[in-house]
Every structure is written in C-alpha cells, then in structure tokens.
Write a protein that binds this ligand. Sequence first.
Ligand code: FAD
Length: 443
Amino acid sequence: MTINNFIVSLPGLEIITESTQVAKLSDDYHSFSPILTAKLAGKVGDVVVRPKNEAEVLKVAAACAKYKLPITMRGAGTGNYGQCVPIYGGVVLDLSKMQKILWVKPGVARVEAGVKLAALDKKAQEIGWEMRMTPSTYRTATIAGFVAGGSGGIGSIRHGLLNEEGNLLGLRVVTLEDEPRVMELRGSDIQKVNHAWGINGIITEVEIALGETYPWAEVIVIFPEFIAAAKFGQVLAATEDIIKKEVGIFADPIPQYFTGIHQYIPQGSHVALLMIAEQSLESLLGLVQQHEGEITYQKMAGEVTKGLPLAEYTWNHTTLHARSVDSSITYLQSVFPADNLATIQHLHEYFGDEVMMHLEFIRANGSIGSPGLQLVRYTNEARLNEIIRYHESHGVFIANPHSYLIEDGWKRAIASEQIDFKNMVDPYGLMNPGKSKVLQFHG
Ligand code: FAD
C-alpha cells in the first residue's frame, strides 16, 4: 500500500516495477564473494525510480521521507560489496540517466551523477586533460558511484586515491528531509560524503580535478621470479621521472587467466602490466634490463584497435578475468606494512597457488604503496577466515571484501563527521540502511 501511494505520488517519473528488472537493478558485483552471494540472496527493492534531473530527485526524496521508505542509490551497479543492494527493500534510485557533462575546463570538470567515467575522460582528452584516476570499470561505472563507492585505480600511481586533497572539488547533494534541500559541499566538507556508500546524501553533481593527458603506451614485462617483478614495480613506482599511469604486478599463475594476452606471457612467468607515457619508454627499457625483465608486448597510444586495453586486466578486473575461467576464485584486499617486500614475498611463498599475489602500486599522500588484490582459491568460509587471520598476524590490513558493512572495509569505521552529516540530512535513517554496524534501521 505504501509503495502504491509512493508510486502514485510521482506522476511522470520513470518507475520500474517489473520484478525481473527490479531484481537486476538491485544487484551488483558482490557475486565475487561466495559469502556475500549467500548473505545477500533475495535482497531486492520494491521499485526502481530513474530520475532524469535533480528536480525529479527532489520529488523522490520528498516521497521517501513522507512514506518512510528506505532508498538505495545506484549508478552502474559495479560495486563489489553489495554497496547498492537494498537490504531492506524499498526504493532503488537509479541515477544512470543523469548524464550531462555540465562543463570541462583545463584541470577541472563538473558533471551530473550518472555520467560514465569513460565519457568524461573522452571529453576531457579533447582539451588535453583526462580523469586523474578511474576504476578498471571506467567504461560502465558512473562518477557518483565512484565517489560514493570506489577508492582509486588506474592513475592512482600519479594522483593518489580519490579521497586525497585536491582530487574532488565539489559535490552537490540532495537531503532526505520532509522538505529536501540541495547542498553544495566543497573543500574538506566533501569528505562527509566521499566513500560513504550513499548513506548520507543523494549526489546529483560532481566537480572533479583533471590531470594532464599523455600518449599512454601499454607494456607487458615478464620476469622469471616473483620478487624481481615486485622489486621492479617498487622502483618504477618510485622513479618520478618515468611518467606512468598504471603499475600492476601479477604472480604466476594469474597471467594464465588473461586469455586475451597470455600469448605474450610464457607459462611460469610473473608479469608487470604497465601504462607509460611514450616519452618515458626508453628510460623504462633501462629499468627493465636492470631487473632482468623482458618486454614481450608494447602498444603505442595511437594503436587503439589493438586488443583489450591492458587497464582492463588490472585492479579488480584481474579477479573478473580469473573468475571467468574458474568461478570458484575469489579475492582479498590488503594493505601491506611499510617496507613490505619481505612480507609480500613470505605470503607469496607461504600460500603458493592458494593465494595468488596481485599488487597495484599507488602514490598515497606522497608515499608509494602496493595494496594487494590477491586471488584466492576458495574452499570454505573457515579457511578464508584463517587466511585473513594469517595475513593480519603478519601486519597486513585486510579491507574485507566479504562483508557488506562499511566498518569492515578500507576505513574500518565511519568517520564521525559522516555520521553527524547523516543525522542532519537523513533524519529518518532511510538511506541505504543495513550497511553499518553503528547505524541501526528500525523500519
Ligand atoms: P554503484 O555500484 O552503482 O554504487 C556504488 C555505491 O555508491 C553504492 O553504495 C551506491 O549506493 C552509491 N551511489 C551510487 N550513486 C550515488 C549517488 N548519486 N549518490 C549517493 N550515492 C550513490 N573500484 C575502485 O575503486 N577501483 C577499481 O579499480 C575497481 N575495479 C573494479 C573492477 C571490477 C571488475 C568490478 C566489478 C568492480 C571494481 N571496482 C573498483 C568497484 C566499482 O566498479 C567502482 O567503485 C565504481 O566506481 C562504482 O561505480 P558504479 O556507478 O557502478 O556505482
């Protein structure tokens, strides 16, 4: 009845009630985790609303507040932790139709929430700029989904993670009060909503810093030993004069899951997948030789038709490729202790093929890091927890991708400023309920 009243109160808006479509639009990529797949099974919304503009978002927000309906925002639904799965049903607000690129200037752009990252990147490149970083899902993911749910990716070796000062410049959000308001967050206020999983504001516009674009060459380097590949990655990451956008290191046998490029990677090899500015290729060659690597593939920036971009084998696309060959594979997300190569090498040897090492180099707050997205041959939950505990006992921080709770992720807590902001903009606690240990939903 409440849902019917909600629907009737929104004439002229695109509303989807057909159950198969609603179920599809309630789903995301939590299927990478066998544990989340079981826990989130059957969690679907009652209805999906697809606003075309902010005025329609305001109407939906007012109706949700009036009928006390849970609301879960959705971009492209590529999140990995059930971030946009509506645990308590209610309304799924799909913002993917809000696709206006409002303006792009040297160094900065402003876009609507549902703009695809690849679309913005293309537009920025027309004036010599590009997105500073994108997840490997850049072709499908939306900008607001990246802000609310993502953290970094290709380009983070140059510009850090999304939450670093200067990467995000403005967010426009709609509140969920009886009379919803529109607020513009700038400066440090942006962090109140950044990576908050849509629990405290409907993002309608994003203003984001751009980086200078380069002609990016793609390079595959193979190594006989894993540790040589990891050291190479570390030195390359730290060599500022070699301009790069992606440094991913993959232990054997991960490359064997890369069916589109495995002809360049002999069995038993460990591999680096790189994006390097063309003017840095000569310097790269020297570094490769010093580390006894071998370049087996090189694609110049202009050769756009030559195969799948290497970027789409990196970050969590590595897991996607592995799972397309063996769907029992899952993954971990790790932050290794400083001076980490010894720990990484130990874990690589200790677990063998059960936990396959995948490192992504980033520059976070000025320091080089190499978070891991290791592939795990899953047997059962108890063994997975044992693997996690072993990592933790060696000083490794695990952002658990097998939990749908914010507090188990990268930050281990919801910042108090995010909770304060939530209490202000969502007084009935309706936004994406069930995703936090500290925010209870009594709907
Ligand atoms: P969704 O999944 O739709 O939403 C993500 C979160 O944002 C949800 O909590 C949702 O409620 C919230 N949200 C969406 N829109 C709004 C809005 N307008 N207002 C408020 N909240 C909103 N992530 C990375 O960071 N880096 C990677 O390299 C990366 N690689 C990936 C590779 C694969 C194969 C997969 C499946 C996932 C990967 N991810 C990665 C996770 C995900 O793709 C990214 O975080 C992506 O940016 C999410 O965008 P989306 O539009 O799909 O968001």
